[in-house]
Design a protein around this ligand. Sequence first.
Ligand code: PLP
Length: 397
Amino acid sequence: MILSKRASKIAPSITLAISAKAKQMQAEGIDVIGFGAGEPDFDTPEPIKEAAIAAIESGFTKYTADSGIPELKKAVCEKFKRDNNLEYEPSQILISSGAKHSLFNAIFVLCDDGDEVIIPAPYWVSYEEQVKMSGATTVIVQTQESNDFKLTPELFQKAITPKTKAIILNSPCNPTGTVYERDELEALADVAVGHGIHIIADEIYEYLVYDGVKHHSIASFSQKVKDLTITINGVSKAYSMTGWRIGYAAGPKEIIQAMANVQSHATSNAVSISQKAAVAALGGPQDCIAQMVAEFDRRRQVMVAGLNKIKGFSCRIPKGAFYAFPNTSGVYGLKFNGKPINNSFALTEFLFDEARVAVVPGDAFGAPDYIRLSYATSLKNIENGLERIQKAVDRLG
Ligand SMILES: Cc1ncc(COP(=O)(O)O)c(C=O)c1O
């Protein structure tokens, strides 16, 4: 074996693989409807693009400080104060190449071999692999749809061992769309504080909430919680900037410094031009977010209503992010051309081959009874895609 034990344990990202496959087939002229991608389909707003063009034209194209330009750290501090009631100094901020990179740095500096990291399931695909890359072990805690996929303090408490180092919380959640209420997060924070467990709070979908639901930053609850928390966020989802690769982390100075040290040897600074664009995104007019959320909301209603009409599917209404997460176990056991559809992988393959619709199997998120469909695509695609799924599922017997 030429690969390290660590590398051989890492699976590729299923979500990225599925959206790449759909994009490639579309490029070849094959009519595939993609519900796999985790990215808004809107263009990046003009003022943000203009800031990037100005950065190029003024020659802002060289290395920057490894941990991010002071101007962007300041904009991040102001954003935390404005939106999250959180006071940070620039030395408590790290700018990375996407929120995914900030998450990696956080897990890498917190965990030693054999440490345990608690992850409530269903979870975002990369958490598990990033924890494995750090040498730590994941402790997956199953949550229930009947409790809106929320981790309870009792379940959290039960998962704790002397080796527990951190918990990863993601609200609003990818893939479930679950958004925790303030008192629910407070109860989880109490458990973390009681045991000195670090909280990695992934808040990348913070602005994408519906039905008047509010997002809460767990670090804002008390100084004790703040001292244990690394908040992760970025500009990818809120400003339709997935390709620009700017994420950030905020937390205790010592942890952020260690993350900056790791980053300084792994990738150095995030793209200089994108950092200037992110300053414009965070500090500029925010109305682009409300417009996007209103459109996602319309699509959410159509997607969920359509899914609930499909035989064997049942879909609760997600309160955040831009994914529908139907329970599809009602079709498991049915057959197509004599071949049984027994799990989420088989269903995903069937929908791809027979309906030309790309979805993500729930197994990728630790939830085999489900599939994930992104509604960050046009209403027309949603309507056509649902019709195709319905027709295909009707052929199962
Ligand atoms: C829950 C969650 N966290 C983090 C990320 C990564 O975001 P970024 O594009 O900023 O790396 C994603 C992207 O899909 C996500 O869904």
